[in-house]
Design a protein around this ligand. Sequence first.
Ligand code: GLU
Length: 504
Amino acid sequence: MEKRVRVRFAPSPTGGLHMGGVRTALFNYLFAKRHGGDFILRIEDTDQTRFVEGAEEYIVAALKWCGIAPNEGVGFGDGPHKPYRQSERKELGIYQKYADQLILSGHAYYAFDTEEELETMRKKLEAAKVVAPQYNAVTRQNMRNSLTLPEDEVKKLLESGAKKVVRLKVPRNEEIRFEDIIRGWVVVNSSQVDDKVLLKSDGMPTYHLAHIVDDIEMKISHAVRGEEWLPSAPAHILIYRYLGLESEMPKLAHLPLILNPDGKGKISKRESRFPVFPLSWKDPREAEPFIGYKEAGYYPEAFVNILALLGWNPGNNQELFTVDEMAQIFDFERVNKSGAKFDPEKAKWFNQQYLRKKADQELADVFKPVLKEKGFERDNAFILEFCKLVKEKVQFVHEFWDQGKYVFIAPESYDEKVITKKWNEKSKETFGKVTEKFKSLNDWTIEAITKTFHDAEAETGKIDMQLLRVLTTGVAGGPQLFDMLALIGKDETIKRLDRALGKL
Ligand code: GLU
């Protein structure tokens, strides 16, 4: 029988969750949803030296903002496998049992080496031109551990409470194979794998042991994580094997990296061209906060849509997806092996598409306080109409003001390029006529303005619309001009035209 789909997102609270982490959470979420399974949030906080205050709360808040809520786990309600924080699970002795089992079966051992001794070994190996010095089947023979020391000495050390770690005993020359859903079969020789520490001297398990124990106990069916964990996977296979749990092991999927726009290297949190974090993140160790997608004006739906297409290929040309739509077709078979280049311009485009889908009233409600702050008040119908027109020209809500401020403030200058190119000796007369005709209008509607403009053209010949735009708004482009003039109002439009004609 196929296992029930149970996936987990297992971040360490070592900092703010960046977009790569959110994508991992999203792919887990989509997969669980597709299969009617469970999605769990587990906090992997066994490395106390890297613990960062506020990181866990940030992770929970970020997932909530993105709308990819786990149905079990820290911050989202307890499930049958509580607690979901590894530090709390350690207190229950959950990991120790498994470490003891490995020691008993001869697949793990105690190592008593001090930091200095380890350093000396590293230096020696480096001097001997060993490329990646590691504690392994060869080097362990010259170190102080329960495999090299006499039995009674080991016993004495253990009884005296000497500092020790538990290490995995990786065989010397063995082929380790495993199948990754995204990468296919991976084959690694065990000589490439070091004797990983499983339990640290403070009694805490390392990630390697803890995640395996938890994945087994939490009945995880698929372990989906970033590519950076691929090199550790062979050691994990051995741990499962030595625990006799290979048949219960979750299927593995290692997601590709998210790369910089130039395709070189993975995105760094110090990136200045675009946000890297979903929400603004203030790291207590850093002076400056990092701006988030939310604060930069992105909609969560857009952000999630952008992330989904970083590495996942839906198999057709569709680009805009709701989470539900994605969840209907999401599959790891369609996730690429190679890194996914992030395109910040395309990200803005996505936001624009979602902005256009918003109800005008929703945009008006957001714009109203902005307008007030700028010192202007208008009734709802006016703001609604303004937003309806300007929304076609912006990618973010915060651009509404800049794109359409001339509706509220008369221009002080006129787009120079347009004036230099198009303003000629005939223009004054032409626009004088347009102004006169506008003055005689009783009814200042879009239709009336349009008709009047064409009436003027019937008399003067073709009139350059862009010039009319520059005279009345100061700028060379924008939403439908007559619609904007209707909003600006008759008296104000005429005042602006008279002023421009006086100046030019
Ligand atoms: N704690 C690991 C991390 O933060 C989790 C990796 C995994 O999902 O197994 O990357």
